[in-house]
Design a binder for this molecule. Structure first.
Ligand SMILES: [Zn+2]
Length: 155
C-alpha cells in the first residue's frame, strides 16, 4: 500500500498500523482485525485497505473479492464463537472508509440487544483482552476456510 492511498485523518486507514496480534488476515485488498473501540469479544472489522468510501467507492477487484472475504470471515467467527447468529453490518456514516463490522451474537445476548441494538454492546461489553484472545483461533479457522480461494485475484 502506498502512503498516497491512505488519508491521514481516517480512522480506518490508521488501522494499517495495527499490531499483528489484532489481525486475522491481510491480503492486498482486505484486512480483517479486532479494532480499538469496537473490541467486544467476537467482533471483527473487515475493511478495504486503501481509502475507498462506501461500497460505491470500491473498484472492480474489491467488489469481486468482498463477498468471499465476508463469507470466510463470518464463517470463521461463527465457528470459533459458536454464536447462533453472526451479523455483517455496514453503515458508512461515522467512518465512510468502506468496512463491515462482523459481530458474533452469542446465546447470552438478550432480545433487546439483538439486531441493530447489538451496537449498544460496544460500550457495555468492551473487553479488549478477551477480544484479542480470540484472534489466533479465528485466524486458523479463516486460513482453513479460505483455503486456496484466499487470493483468487492476485494471480
Ligand atoms: Zn481511510
Amino acid at each position: 500500500m502506498s502512503a498516497s492511498s491512505h488519508h491521514a485523518d481516517c480512522f480506518m486507514c490508521g488501522l494499517e498500523q495495527s499490531e499483528d496480534t489484532a489481525v486475522v488476515f491481510r491480503d492486498p485488498l482486505w484486512s480483517g482485525e479486532v479494532v480499538p473501540g469496537y473490541d467486544v469479544p467476537g467482533w471483527f472489522v473487515l475493511r478495504v485497505r486503501r481509502h475507498a468510501e462506501r461500497i460505491t467507492g470500491l473498484d472492480e477487484a474489491e467488489l469481486a473479492s468482498f463477498a468471499r472475504r465476508a463469507r470466510d470471515l463470518v464463517a470463521a467467527v461463527t465457528e470459533v464463537t459458536g454464536a447462533p447468529a453472526t451479523y455483517l453490518l455496514v453503515f458508512g456514516e461515522n467512518h465512510p472508509h468502506f468496512h463491515a463490522l462482523i459481530t458474533a451474537r452469542g446465546e447470552h445476548v438478550p432480545a433487546d440487544r439483538r439486531n441493530g441494538n447489538i451496537l449498544r454492546l460496544r460500550a457495555e461489553h468492551a473487553d479488549p483482552e478477551s477480544a484479542a484472545r480470540l484472534v489466533p483461533a479465528v485466524r486458523r479457522a479463516y486460513e482453513r476456510l479460505a483455503g486456496d480461494g484466499r487470493h483468487p485475484l492476485s494471480a
